[in-house]
Design a protein. Structure first.
Length: 264
């Protein structure tokens, strides 16, 4: 037993060997995106551009990525498990740098101690590729590639269909007041923050204030499906962080006796 312990200590302290490579399925080392649990999937669906060479194949891949996370939640020192197409490596590196992760480990001098694993498949990508090709961005401006998220810009993002007025109409039409919340007379305001990306989709959704009874999940679903005209700064389309309140109130009801009142 003592010999085994000595050998394990030696292995764990070999130069260049990181913890994630020893146990790439240990939840302790898994990189957790900040915000809603579907964050990675949402970002892949809205931001990924799969190389054309892979689209008309039966391409499937279990991707394992090792990375560091800095104090702001950004990924760096991104490394991929062997076998991944080089074009996909570049594309996925871009995707991961768009996201924010929780920094849960306190390990010094380790390179890429976190891991994240997910499947990729051409047939799944093709399901949303056609929708993504309908570019909602009505601008000839260049898209900023710096990954910086702004909170002040020359032009703030606007809902793609008739701005604020259109956004309110969207909420009034699409909000489905959760059954549990209605039965328990639950009301309140869900506050979400999210990033409007340069292609008009939203990402990095975070719950700043939740409401029980399914209201938070309904608010997230509504925000996830919005599309925006991106913010503009210094003549470029930029990433922009928005904080938005969605109020669930039982004061007014419409179709199907479901409350649709949304406030700001």
């Amino acid at each position: 037993m003592k010999l085994k312990a000595v050998l394990l200590f030696f292995i764990l302290n070999l130069p260049g060997l990181n913890f994630a490579q020893i146990s790439p399925t240990d939840p302790e080392f898994e990189a957790i995106p900040i915000g809603i649990k579907e964050q990675l999937e949402n970002t892949l669906e809205s931001q990924l551009t799969m190389p054309k060479i892979l689209l008309n194949t039966n391409y499937t891949e279990k991707v394992i990525v090792y990375l560091n996370i800095d104090s702001s939640g950004q990924a760096y020192h991104i490394k991929f498990d062997k076998g991944l197409n080089n074009l996909m490596r570049l594309e996925l590196t871009k995707i991961l740098k768009l996201m924010q992760f929780k920094r849960t480990l306190h390990i010094n001098n380790e390179e890429a101690p976190y891991f994240i694993a997910f499947p990729l498949a051409a047939h799944h990508y093709l399901k949303y590729k056609k929708q993504k090709q309908k570019d909602i961005v009505k601008s000839k401006l260049e898209r900023d590639s710096s990954m910086i998220v702004y909170s002040i810009a020359d032009v703030s993002p606007l809902y793609f269909k008739n701005g604020d007025e259109g956004l309110q109409e969207y909420f009034l039409t699409e909000l489905d007041y959760p059954k549990m919340a209605m039965e328990q007379s639950i009301e309140g305001t869900v506050i979400l923050s999210f990033v409007v990306e340069t292609n008009g989709y939203v990402g990095n959704i975070e719950i700043k204030k939740g409401v029980n009874g399914g209201c938070t999940d309904e608010a997230i679903a509504l925000i996830r499906n919005t599309r925006w005209q991106p913010a503009e700064k210094a003549g470029k389309l930029v990433r922009y962080k928005v904080t938005y309140p969605i109020t669930f109130s039982l004061v007014n009801k419409n179709k199907a006796n479901q409350a649709q009142t949304i406030g700001q």
